[in-house]
Structures are given as structure tokens and as C-alpha cells.
Design a protein around this ligand. Sequence first.
Ligand code: AMP
Length: 213
Amino acid sequence: MILILLGAPGVGKGTQGALISKEYGIPQISTGDILRSEVKNETELGKKAKAYMEKGELVPDDVIIEMMEKRIKQDDCKNGFILDGFPRTVAQAEAFDKMLSKNGLELDKVILIDVPEEEIIERLTGRRICPNCGAVYHIKNNPPKVDGVCDRCGSKLIQRDDDREDVVRKRLEVYKESTMPLVDYYMKTSKLVKVDGTGDIEEIFARIKKILG
Ligand code: AMP
């Protein structure tokens, strides 16, 4: 099963991707997570990506496409994968189509998760993450037991630099301009399904499972 999770930053692609991954036993590939780890490890790729990410802009297509070409060839992708945060431009979608056909693979579904913009801003600016184990919290909707401390590993929680309100607004602008055209792109293939991304996590996951069967 090859799936794309599409939607603005903050609609829950990461959360739902993790649930789908567990339920169907296929890896979730998050370009944002890969890039953050490259930045943290100060690799060549990380150095190229850092400035774009800090400003809420997209990392250039050629860098992302090369990175994904390598990732989907890895062994764990044999039975399929879930893409979270890729493709994000029409050029990336076209390159992905080529990668699939070159490898004799076919895309199953594109799940578009829909959440109103004001809710997205609240979700992202209130998000806190654990820099050690990757756990995700929200100051109001999903607070840790002890303020500012990870329930799982006890590390101090942080706010992602790009979850500050000014950067969030920039990311939403970039989404509308560069990524929304993908809705039309995939609508034409009749693989696109829209899911209401509001409500609690389990409820949204149930809607997705119904689509995937
Ligand atoms: P995310 O965690 O998916 O919101 O991604 C965080 C940041 O990583 C984005 O704001 C971009 O700067 C960069 N990024 C992630 N995925 C892509 C992509 N497919 N194309 C370009 N930039 C990306």
C-alpha cells in the first residue's frame, strides 16, 4: 500500500501517519522528520535545508527529490509506505510519479486531511515536542502530566522554531501557494479522498480506516 497524506502543516498528518503505520505495518516517511534529523546531525543535506526550514520556506525540489529517491528504495519500503510531507509541489509530485513507474509501483490513495485555518494556527503554536524521544504534546489539548516535561522520557519539552506564530503563518502561505495545486493534480487521478481532520485523534483515524478498508 502506497499512501500520500496531504494537507496543511498542523492538520495531523504525522499523528495519523503513525497510527496508519502501526495498523498496516508499513513505514511512515516524514520528510520534515528526516530533514530535522539531518539538521541536528549537521550533515551536508542538513546544512542546505536549515535556512529554508527556519523561515518556513520549502527546501528546493532537487534536494528533496534526491533524498526521497534514496529513501523509498530502502528495504522497509518493500510492502509499501506512507508519505507525510511529500510531495509538496507539483514538480515533486511529477518526480514521484516517475519514481513509482520506474520501480513498477502504483500509488493507492491520497488522503487530504482538512482542518480550518484558525484551528491549525492554534494547534501549531501550542505544540510542544520532546527533542529526545519525539513525543508530541499540546499545551491545551494534550498536555504532559508535568508542565514542560516529557511523560515518556522526562526530557524538557521544546517548541519547534517553525511553530512560532509568524513562521506558522508563512508556512500556511507556502502551503496555499505551492502545495494546494496538488489537490487538483491528484483529483484528476481519482485517487484523492478528503477526510474531516477535526475531532479527536481516534475519531479521525476511524474515518481514515474506513477509506482504506
Ligand atoms: P513539516 O514537519 O512537514 O512541516 O516540515 C518542516 C519543514 O521542512 C518545512 O517547512 C520545509 O521547510 C521542509 N520540508 C519538509 N518536507 C518538504 C518537502 N517535501 N519539500 C520541501 N520542503 C520540505
